[in-house]
Structure formats: structure tokens, C-alpha cells
Design a protein around this ligand. Structure first.
Ligand code: PHE
Ligand code: ZN
Length: 880
């Protein structure tokens, strides 16, 4: 969206809508070049509004007619300025009839009504509906929709919209129609239509209350062999929400539609979820274990929105985390429950912690830092962030940690009892949690209002004479844009104490028994918690299960970390101890690169890694995670002055040492964790593949002919995409003789599978040997296009964000490339461009020579005139 002067919108300026909409009747005459949209709105004055007149949003619309209560309005009766159509004087009850024209085929933004592969799709969240027709396009206006679709029958045999199909038939002249009615009130952002040549897998599914629902997964012809897992995930989601939260599907029909041109992962339109193909299509030949897990999570996520987002929605877009944080938490719990074991659940938690540290902590420390409930924005599309989603999910998780599972469920029940079919605020959710549990959660509000990652500094004192251990926790939070000073948060800190044997001690806290893990509630700037009956000096295990999204500082010795790494009963903290050991060494080795010293890795560390690697009592998935080193960008986050090449060299050296020192054990695990027979994406099998392929990656970090042959053999014989990709990556990263040939064969075999071609680009983009020139070459490949977001992301984003040592080339060529691509993308698709613009967020932390060039690139983009609000907001905040 482009306007001349980008306006900042503030949460404090919220005012209720002047008119409410009871019913909407929409008629679409679909044509790629000239679609006619007719709407009839039954509106009433909002008694809660002090404003005057009717206010409708509209962007890039050609108005044909506007009638109020049967009378045609003429310019002068209404006023169009910017994105608003105002009718200054109107009776209390009105019927508006509006006809507009659009050209979907020209819409490259993938927002609003657009064409993809010759089919029509819509995307309306957050503010896309206003580019389809004039409407009060705000989530607190909830209306009942009826939709009539008309289109050519041959080209668009399938006509879908929200809710239930109530009529369909032929119109003559080769056109047909379908009429849909959504029985529930909804905001305009949940509207959707699809008019397309598609096929579906369908099934009736018995709901808990005995009703049958029709479930459909719609895809392009030729992809029906890739819909089983999405369908299975949908059925699992429906069951899970019935069982865990008592929430049932409220429609007779639930549809998932896959589209290859899509800006995000998927969209929860009522009864008609529209998905990026990436999160629908899978079979063992084309999809990896990670893809399967993504499908389960996203299918669950969108389905769970039916209650958390759709039945209860957001009052305004500042409340976005009300639905997103909660729904991410729900999809996380769903995925964990689908695995079922405690250790499997812990692995999902470890992956969540990694995402937070990799993406959310940097966001919270950078120029785009914002609270979970932002106070202002220029472009709402820029606030679909890891903070709103993932940190928001952590905030929801903390209620469950503080209130227990049952208490959390009581809070959810009260939330729906109070707010079904309403548009509400984050504060309403917090009130439901507090009231259902008789708890004071006033201070907890700061998790919504204050940005930045809190730091909890812990120190312990053991008093042998008194048999007491005192743990002092101190909290602080760094300044963020617009928030120089922070007040203390309400932080649940889960703590256990390990004895010398490695076993958990039984805890007594303030005289009361507290099991083996106590939830300490840190609410003051500093507090001391006293454990009594402690017979030996303990090793504290703090922030178990990552009980709060904070940075924990504790002066652990190597010895203590090794103790935790070997024994902690909390798998997340066990993993965490290993990460701390590795990070310390990565930082030391990075410093050594700078000073030209030898990059030595101590035996203690290698021995610890060996112990985990060969411990068959541990899940393969856990071992894989425990052996995975922090990423280069995570190391960068720990440094005041980032030198990406030094980090890369240090991490490569570390991987090389592991590959040589543990060669024998890695080879043994490589053999022991093969998964012969038919492919299954279940967590145990996926974990084995993960560990086996990590072993291969370490071995390939110190390659010789035998290792290259091993990778080559895996590539040649792999029975699934997970193993195929892992082998290809190993061949390329170790520059094995067969690498180029394998790449070529991979492409030739899968050139008809868009999602696999994306992998082909992505693997090359992130390979250490790929420099800017090589990326520019790849952009000339016939399969490359900027117009498809998945394709653009696969090459450009994976290079700029996933190949730091090359992207930050000292000559600045990576930055010049970035600036070019941001501008080129912005002309097509501002939402995608703006995501790429975020790659420069942390420019101030790089070594001076890089910093200057990064700033120059940002200035170049910012000064290049015609920019979208989306990109403009990101680059100007980066430069502030
Ligand atoms: N609401 C979608 C989701 O979380 C995300 C989305 C936002 C998709 C905006 C498209 C556009 O599930
Ligand atoms: Zn969502």
C-alpha cells in the first residue's frame, strides 16, 4: 500500500466504529481483467460511537455506483480521500449498495483478490478486504456474509467461499454460480473466495457431538498424491481441540485450499483456510521430516483459529497477539501432544527456544522491537512478527505455568463464556485467566506493554551449617525504542537442585514442600528464595522447560555445566547446559580467529559430546539437538562487534574437530540410526534420521574419500527427501567431487515439483561456497522468479539471512545486492520486500567497516523515492 505521507497509527487513538454492519451480501462476477463486485450492506448507527457519518475503507477501487436506501449518491453526497469513503450524513439505519471494479490479474501484491496459476484467490488479513470493496474494514465490525460467485464454468469449475454452500447452478453462456452463506458473524479479514480449477481429497468426519462434518483438501490436479498428511493433521486437530479444550467444529464443512503464490504460511478464513502449498503438500518423495512437522503445526494452527481468532476475534490490530500468541501456543501444545512422550515434548520445547533465540531475541533488541501488544505502527503487515507470534505464545504459556493446566483451562472456558462472537483485547484474556483462578495478574500486564528481553541474573549461596541454599534472582530489561525504562515483570522461574549424584533434591521452600521443581515467582527487581533441608552443595537448574522468555545469567563453572549436561532431569536445561558449553567455546574460538591464535577445542567438551552421542538411553531426537551447535547468527548475537567471517571460521573449525575426534562414534551412530523400510514421519523415525544426518554433517566437516562416498551413496539410494537433501547438503558443503553432478541430477529429477525446486535454490543459497556472484547467476536460471514468494525466499532470503559469511562480504557486494532486491520486490509485493528489508536490522553491531556499508545500503533504499509504507517503515526505523 502506498501513500505519500506514511501515518503512524496509535493504539491510544482507538475509537469505536460509527456504524455497525448486520449483513453483507456480496456478488462477484469474476474475470481476471475486470471483476465486478456488488455489495449490499445493512448498517445501523453504533450507539457506542460519538462519531458522525458512515466511514468505509477502500484502496485502488474503481467505484461504479453507490446507493443509499435505494437512492444513487453523487460526488458531493460522499467524499473519497486517501483510503476512506465518507458519507457525512446518513440515517440510523441504511442499506448501502455499492458496485466496484477491479483487475485481479494485475494484482502482484497477493493481497486482496488476485490470480495465481490462472485461479482466483483472496487474502484479506489484515486490510485486504478494502481492496475488494468499500467496507468498514476493521476487525471490530462483525457481520453475517452471504456470497454469490459467478464465473466461467470451464476455467473455474470450483467456486468456494466461507460457511455452507446453499445453492449452485448454471447461468448459460458458459458461466455458473455458487452461493455460500456463513452462519457466523465475522470481521471482513476472515472473508475468502476461491474460483479455480482444483481437485480435492474429501472425507466425512464424526464430531464429538455426533454431527458429521465434510472435510476437504483442495489442490491442483496432479497433487492429490500429496494431501494425506494435511487431511490426517486436520482430523487430529479437530479431535485434539475437542479433548484438550472442549472446543468443537461449528460448521458442517471445513475446507483447506493450497495455493503456490502466498505471502505467509496460511490463513484461517472461516471454514475456508487458504494455505501456502508448502504447508499442505507432502509425500516421502518430495517432503522432509521438517516439512511434515510444519504441515501438522500449520494445519493445527489455522484450525485452532476457528475458536481463538474467529469466534473470538481482535478489537483492533494492536491486539493481534490475542489470537496469534494464543493460537501458536495451542499449535505448540498440539504438536507436543501428538508425539505424546515427555522426551518428545521436550524436543519440541527445545526447538521453540531455539526459534526464540534465533529470531525473537534479536528482534526485541533491534530497531523494530515492539511490545507483544504494540502501541503504534505505520504498516500493520510489518507486525506479523516473531514477537507477536512466538513471544506472544510464551506469554500465554506463562499463564499455564503459573496457574497449572487445569487453571489455564478454567481461564479459557471463562474467556469463551464471556466473549464468544465478540472482538476483544489482550486485557480481556488476562482478566479471564485472573478471574477464573482468583489470581491477581495485574503486574503480568507488563508482558504485553513492555518490549525487550528481560535479563534474570541469578546467584546462589549454600550454607552448609544451616543446610540451606539461597537463590537470589535479579531482573532488568534493556531499553527499547520509545521505552528507556522498564518496570519489573512477573516472571515464573522453574528451579530444581541437583545433588552430586545428579539426582533432583526434594525441595522445601519457605517451609513448604515444593516437589523437585519449584515455580518461583519473581515480581520484584530482586528477590531471594531460601531452600532448606539441603544436605550438600547443589547445582541449580534454573529456568527449567524455559519457563519464561528471558536471558538467564548464572556464573556456572564448566564443571557444573557438565554435571547438568549429564544428569539434569529437565531435558530442556540439559540441552541448555550443552549450549552454554558450546557457546563459550565458540566465542573464544571466534576471538582467536581475530588474533591469529590456534583454534583449539578442549577434550572435556569433546568427551561431553561423545557421552551424549553414544548414550542409547536417550532419544535420537534429543541427542541430535544436544549435539547441534548454536548457529552463526546466535553467536553473533552474543558479540558486541560482529565479524561474520571469524564466526564462520570458528564454527567450521569446531565442527571439523568434532568430525575428526568423534569419527568412530559418528560412523557407528550413522549406521545405528538408519530407518529402513517404509518412510514414516513419526517423531521417533524423524529423530533417528535427524541424528544420522547430523552425524553425516559432522563427518563431512572433515571429509575424506570414505566420507564423500558415504554421502554419495546416501544421495543415490535415499528413499525419502529428508535423507536425499541431507546427503546433497553434505556433498555441497564439503565440496565433494560428486557435488555438482548431484545438484544437476536433483534438479532434473524434481523440476516439476515447485517445492523441491525451492529446496534446490535454498541449499545453494546457504552453502558456504556461494557468493553474491553465484546468487546473481542463479537468478538467471529459468526457474527463478521474484514474483513467487516461496521462490524469492528460497534464494534471496536464504542467502541474506542464512549465509552470513558471504552476505557480509567485506566489499559490500552483499549489501548492494540486498538493496537492489528490496527495491525490485517492493515494486511487486511490498509485504515480501519488507521482510527482506529486515535483514539489516542489526547493522549497528557489525565491525565498523561493514557497518558503514550496511548503513549506506539502508540509506540507498530509503532515499530511492517511491517506496511502500511497508519497506519505508522498516528502513527508517533501522536508520533512526
Ligand atoms: N493469520 C495468519 C496466521 O497466523 C497469518 C497471515 C497474516 C496470513 C496475514 C496472511 C496474511 O495464521
Ligand atoms: Zn495465526
Amino acid at each position: 500500500m502506498r501513500t505519500d505521507t506514511p501515518q503512524t497509527i496509535y493504539r491510544k487513538d482507538y475509537t469505536p466504529p460509527t456504524y455497525l454492519v448486520d449483513t453483507v451480501e456480496l456478488g462477484f462476477d469474476l474475470d481476471p481483467d475486470r471483476t465486478i463486485v456488488a455489495s449490499r450492506l445493512a448498517m445501523v448507527r453504533n450507539p457506542d460511537s460519538v462519531g458522525e457519518g458512515i466511514e468505509l475503507h477502500g484502496v485502488n477501487l474503481q467505484l461504479v455506483t453507490l446507493r443509499m436506501n435505494g437512492k444513487t449518491l453523487h460526488p458531493g453526497d460522499y467524499d473519497i480521500s486517501g483510503d476512506m469513503l465518507r458519507i457525512p450524513s446518513a440515517p440510523d439505519e441504511v442499506t448501502l449498495e455499492i458496485e466496484t471494479l477491479t483487475a485481479p490479474v494485475k494484482n502482484t501484491t497477493l493481497n486482496g483478490l488476485y490470480v495465481s496459476n490462472g485461479n482466483f484467490f483472496t487474502q484479506c488479513e489484515a486490510e485486504g478486504f478494502r481492496s475488494i470493496t468499500y467496507f468498514p474494514d476493521r476487525p471490530d465490525v462483525m457481520a453475517k456474509f452471504t456470497v454469490m460467485l459467478r464465473a466461467d464454468k470451464k476455467k473455474y469449475p470450483v467456486l468456494l467461499s466461507n460457511g455452507n454452500l446453499i445453492d449452485e447452478g448454471d447461468l448459460g453462456d458458459g458461466r455458473h454460480y455458487a452461493k455460500w452463506e456463513d452462519p457466523f458473524k465475522k470481521p471482513s479479514y476472515l472473508f475468502a473466495l476461491v474460483a479455480a480449477r482444483l481437485v480435492c481429497q474429501e472425507e466425512t468426519f464424526r464430531l464429538k457431538d455426533g454431527r458429521d462434518a465434510l472435510l476437504q483438501v483442495w489442490v491442483e490436479d496432479g497433487n492429490l498424491d500429496k494431501t494425506d498428511y494435511a487431511m490426517q493433521s486436520l482430523k487430529n486437530s479437530i479431535r485434539w481441540d475437542e479433548e484438550r479444550f472442549g472446543l468443537e467444529l461449528d460448521l458442517d464443512r471445513f475446507m483447506i485450499v493450497a495455493v503456490s503464490d502466498f505471502n505467509m504460511g496460511a490463513m484461517e478464513n472461516k471454514g475456508l483456510n487458504i494455505f501456502n502449498t508448502k504447508f499442505v503438500l507432502a509425500n516421502p518423495r518430495v517432503a522432509t521430516d521438517v516439512d511434515y512437522a510444519g504441515i501438522e503445526a500449520v494445519v493445527g494452527h489455522e484450525y485452532f483459529h476457528n475458536w481463538t481468532g474467529n469466534r473470538v476475534t481482535c478489537r483492533d490490530w494492536f491486539q493481534l497477539s490475542l489470537k496469534e500468541g494464543l493460537t501458536v501456543f495451542r499449535d505448540q501444545e498440539f504438536s507436543a501432544d501428538m508425539i505424546g512422550t515427555d522426551s518428545g515434548r521436550a524436543v519440541t520445547r527445545i526447538e521453540q527456544v531455539r526459534t526464540l533465540r534465533q529470531a525473537q531475541f534479536p528482534e526485541d533488541a533491534g530497531p523494530m522491537a515492539h511490545p507483544v501488544r504494540p502501541d503504534s505502527f505505520v504498516e500493520i503487515n510489518n507486525f506479523y512478527t516473531v514477537t507477536v507470534y512466538e513471544k506472544g505464545a510464551e506469554v500465554v504459556r506463562m499463564y499455564q505455568t503459573l496457574l497449572g493446566r487445569e487453571g489455564f483451562r478454567k481461564g479459557m472456558d471463562l474467556y469463551f463464556e464471556r466473549h464468544d462472537e465478540q472482538a476483544v483485547e489482550c486485557d480481556d484474556f488476562r482478566a479471564a485467566m485472573a478471574d477464573a483462578n482468583n489470581r491477581d495478574l495485574a503486574q503480568f500486564e507488563r508482558w504485553y506493554s513492555q518490549a525487550g528481553t528481560p535479563v534474570v541474573t541469578a546467584s546462589g549461596r549454600y550454607d552448609a551449617g544451616a543446610g540451606a541454599f539461597a537463590l537470589t534472582l535479579t531482573q532488568s530489561c534493556p531499553p527499547t525504542p520509545g521505552q528507556p525504562d522498564k518496570l519489573p515483570f512477573h516472571i515464573p522461574v522453574a528451579v530444581g537442585l541437583l545433588g552430586a549424584s545428579g539426582k533432583d533434591m526434594h525441595l522445601t521452600l519457605d517451609g513448604a514442600k515444593a516437589g523437585t521443581t519449584a515455580i518461583l515467582e519473581l515480581t520484584e527487581p530482586s528477590q531471594t528464595f531460601r531452600f532448606t533441608g539441603i544436605k550438600e552443595e547443589p547445582t541449580p537448574s534454573i529456568l527449567r522447560d524455559f519457563s519464561a522468555p528471558v536471558v538467564l545469567e548464572y556464573p556456572y563453572t564448566d564443571e557444573q555445566l557438565l554435571h547438568l549436561f549429564s544428569h539434569d532431569s529437565d531435558p530442556v536445561n540439559r540441552w541448555e547446559a550443552g549450549q552454554r558449553l558450546a557457546m563459550e567455546r565458540l566465542l573464544k574460538m571466534t576471538a582467536a580467529v581475530g588474533s591469529g591464535n590456534k583454534l583449539a577445542l578442549d577434550d572435556t567438551f569433546i568427551d561431553a559430546m561423545r557421552k551424549i552421542l553414544v548414550d542409547a538411553s536417550l532419544d535420537a531426537a534429543f541427542r541430535e539437538n544436544a549435539l547441534l551447535l548454536p548457529s552463526e547468527s546466535m553467536v553473533a548475537e552474543q558479540m558486541d562487534m560482529v565479524n561474520p567471517q571469524a564466526i564462520h571460521l570458528a564454527r567450521q573449525a569446531m565442527r571439523h574437530t568434532i568430525g575428526t575426534s568423534l569419527r568412530k562414534e559418528l560412523l557407528a551412530q550413522y549406521e545405528a540410526n538408519q530407518t529402513p523400510g517404509e518412510y514414516s514421519p513419526d517423531a521417533v523415525s524423524a529423530g533417528k534420521r535427524g541424528l544420522k544426518n547430523l552425524a553425516l554433517a559432522y563427518l563431512s566437516a572433515a571429509p575424506d574419500d570414505d566420507i564423500n562416498m558415504l554421502a554419495q551413496r546416501q544421495f543415490d539410494r535415499a528413499g525419502n527427501m529428508t535423507d536425499r537433501v541431507a546427503a546433497l547438503v553434505s556433498l555441497i558443503h564439503s565440496a565433494a567431487p560428486g557435488a555438482a553432478d548431484a545438484l544437476e541430477r536433483f534438479y532434473a529429477e524434481f523440476d516439476n515439483e515447485a517445492l523441491v525446486v525451492d529446496k534446490w535454490f535454498a541449499i545453494q543459497a546457504a552453502a558456504p561456497g556461494t557468493d553474491v556472484a553465484a546468487v546473481r547467476e542463479l537468478m538467471k536460471h529459468p526457474a527463478f522468479t521474484l514474483k513467487n514468494p516461496n521462490r524469492a525466499r528460497s534464494l534471496i532470503f536464504n542467502f541474506c539471512n542464512g549465509n552470513p559469511a558471504q552476505f557480509h562480504a567485506p566489499d559490500g557486494s552483499g549489501y548492494a545486492f540486498w538493496a537492489e532486491q528490496v527495491k525490485a520486490l517492493d515494486a511487486l509485493n511490498p509485504q515480501v520486500a519488507s521482510r527482506l528489508a529486515r535483514s539489516m536490522d542489526r547493522w549497528r553491531r557489525y565491525a565498523p567497516a561493514l557497518q558503514t556499508q550496511m548503513k549506506g545500503a539502508l540509506q540507498k533504499v530509503s532515499g530511492s523515492g517511491k517506496l511502500s509504507n511497508d519497506v519505508n517503515e522498516v528502513v527508517s526505523k533501522a536508520l533512526t
